[in-house]
Design a protein around this ligand. Structure first.
Ligand code: MEZ
Length: 640
């Protein structure tokens, strides 16, 4: 995987190239006869071998004096950070042993491999260019700063809260443990759930079976918050009857969104938090529009009765990943407002004074102490999905060493900080497995968006058979998958789906898929019986035609699958931690007795109660935008 072909991109080699093949050094030749020119190397990053990272080095007398990189296949908002920052560090230091960008390891390593390749193509020995470079970024000095609002975490919730608080006239400082913004949010592929939006109305309604199925589930629902579920179902039944009598626009309602979220969460959710999530989802879509993020494409996702997930599309109209799209826009909005973000600065303590949160203490990666004194504190540092010890400690020994889709910094530090000042926690043992995580050849665990299933993909087991309703909730699909041979499945899409989605094209160009013109060709690549796979695809296409899946009860069909086909292996991985700090619908952090901790707010995956026992796809982005806005507003109002 590492290094691909290297080539000389331009410019003449100096006379010394006659020495090609002998070892040279990074020292300028004293007689000036070292290598000069520009040299390009390539290496596979996130874009795979089809779309490699290219690094061009400028050498003067065998010394690196310039460096540029291109990575069209790297993930926006993650790998692109390494493409933006590492060439400058290489050019400045003359070394290819510069720091990699945490969270963007694959791209960072590709840049270093491509730079080494460029040196080799110049006839130089990369080993001679690996002098250590002092870690520059974070300060080792102790500093004290002052703000109206200090926010812990520059993920989706933290940045949203910062923008809103800043627009309310407050001075905001964010501390972020990683070297870049985005947290788990930038990894979010699918989209954002919202009900009754202008974008839904642009779709033709064809999801009657989904609504009927949900109302039936509500009928037989028992357990926590049963009364709320029945009440919501009663309201939705009335709305549904009225819509059927006079259909206008696309059918959805705030209550149906609540009902889906409560049923998906097995009733463990806090109904008030769910009501706020659903009720403020439409205005959140409009707010995103106002700050430059349009989520125009609406699709069906697991556990949603109707098309409700809102996704961005690129200039060619192809669906792109929501996190990679929204996070850079939030960052731009921070920059436009001059909001300060202290990167590589890990918060470890909330400063309390007379029962009020009045700031935080943090440590920089260089060991300096940072104190931010503030009028209010917002915790938005995410959950704990990347902290396997913490996951296992929530009574989940079976998840020891499990793969995760989480960013490296999602370690649960903010939850511990809240607990230290008296915050209550809720549902900490509710850990979500996402059923479609692809383990690549390099061992990385990669989220394969649920959107593929919503758009028509099927899952088959190692024997080539469908085994479950692919668009059911994640807990159920993950369980079903764990019960198949080898605990994995194949996800199958077709050419039309590939043509419509830049996301799927990315999976193909990364080399994660196998392909075949016919089911039999595909089956050969998947190492299974061609006749069985052919029958499975034919049976599925008959379900699509009849809009009925008698065997597994799937209610969203999209279009028939037709060759050429593409397939990739998937398995369950830790994706979301539903539990966290207890909040109310003003995003105030609560104590065990239900009273609020004065001046302390929280939003996003650090909180518990919104998603209950199982989060629906598209509800994480809804959560961080809706509650990020509320936290920003509440903190600003508190300081009035
Ligand atoms: O909300 C999510 O986690 C989500 C939509 C993920 C995905 O499958 O794309």
């Amino acid at each position: 995987m590492k290094k691909l072909l290297a080539f000389i991109s331009a410019v003449a080699l100096a006379a010394s190239l006659a020495a090609c093949g002998t070892s040279t050094t990074a020292q300028p030749a004293s007689d000036g006869s070292g290598v000069s020119g520009t040299f390009t190397g390539e290496a596979a990053g996130q874009g795979g071998e089809a779309n490699p990272v290219k690094v061009t080095l400028t050498l003067e007398n065998s010394v690196i004096t310039g460096c540029t990189a291109e990575g069209p296949g790297e993930t926006d908002g993650i790998g692109s950070k390494a493409i933006d920052s590492m060439p400058g560090a290489i050019a400045e230091s003359g070394s290819i042993a510069v720091d990699t960008v945490s969270g963007a390891t694959v791209t960072s390593n590709a840049i270093l491999a491509a730079a080494a390749s460029a040196l080799e193509s110049a006839g130089l020995n990369p080993e001679d260019y690996k002098k250590e470079v002092a870690a520059a970024q974070a300060s080792a000095e102790d500093v004290t700063k002052t703000a109206d609002v200090v926010i812990v975490g520059a993920g989706g919730a933290g940045m949203t809260a910062a923008i809103v608080a800043s627009d309310a006239g407050k001075k905001v400082i964010i501390v972020e443990s990683q070297s870049m913004a985005g947290g788990n949010s930038v990894r979010s592929t699918g989209g954002m759930n919202a009900a009754k939006t202008k974008f839904q109305d642009e779709n033709e309604f064809g999801e009657s079976a989904g609504v009927e199925k949900t109302l039936k589930s509500a009928d037989s629902f028992t357990g926590e918050n049963e009364e709320t579920v029945k009440e919501l179902a009663k309201t939705v039944t009335e709305q549904w009857t009225a819509y059927q009598a006079s259909p206008e626009g696309y059918f959805d309602s705030v209550e149906l969104f609540e009902l889906d979220t409560m049923i998906g969460g097995k009733g463990l959710n806090d109904p008030e938090l769910v009501k706020t999530l659903a009720g403020k989802s439409e205005s959140a879509i409009d707010w995103l529009d106002e700050i430059g993020a349009e989520l125009h494409n609406v699709a069906a996702f697991g556990g949603a009765s109707v098309k409700r997930i809102h996704r961005p599309v690129n200039d060619e109209g192809k669906v792109v990943s929501v996190g990679a799209y929204v996070i850079p826009i939030l960052e731009k909005n921070l920059n436009d407002r001059g909001i300060e973000v202290l990167y590589e600065t890990t918060a470890n303590k909330i400063i309390m004074d007379g029962g009020k949160a009045v700031g935080i203490e943090a440590t920089t990666s260089a060991g300096g102490k940072v104190t931010v004194n503030a009028g209010a504190v917002i915790l938005a540092s995410g959950g704990f999905g990347a902290n396997n010890d913490m996951v296992v400690a929530q009574n989940h020994p079976e998840l020891k060493g499990y793969i995760t889709t989480n960013a490296a910094g999602i370690l649960g530090q903010g939850i511990d900080m809240g607990i230290e000042v008296g915050a209550a926690t809720v549902d900490m043992d509710q850990i979500q497995l996402h059923p479609t995580v692809h383990v690549a050849d390099d061992g990385s665990a990669n989220l394969i968006t649920e959107g593929l299933r919503g758009d028509g993909a099927i899952l088959v087991n190692a024997e080539g058979l469908r085994f479950y309703d692919e668009v059911s909730t994640r807990d159920k699909v993950s369980d079903a998958e764990n019960n198949q041979t080898g605990g994995y499945a194949w996800l199958i899409v077709d050419q039309k789906m590939l043509d419509a989605s830049a996301v799927i094209q990315g999976y193909v160009s990364k080399g994660w898929t196998v392909t075949g013109e016919t089911p039999e060709d595909l089956a050969k690549e998947m190492n299974m019986d061609g006749a069985v796979l052919k029958e499975t695809i034919e049976k599925w296409n008959a379900c699509v035609e009849a809009k009925e899946d008698k065997e597994f009860g799937r209610t969203s069909f999209a279009e028939k699958l037709e060759g050429p086909f593409y397939a990739l292996t998937v398995q369950p991985g830790i994706h979301h931690t539903m539990g966290g700090l207890k909040i109310n619908s003003n995003a105030e952090v609560l104590k065990e007795d239900g009273s609020a901790i004065t001046g302390l707010f929280a939003a996003g995956e650090i909180t518990g109660g919104v998603h209950g026992a199982n989060r629906l796809g598209g509800n994480a982005v809804a959560d961080f935008i809706v509650y990020g806005r509320i936290a920003g507003e509440s903190a600003a109002n508190y300081l009035k």
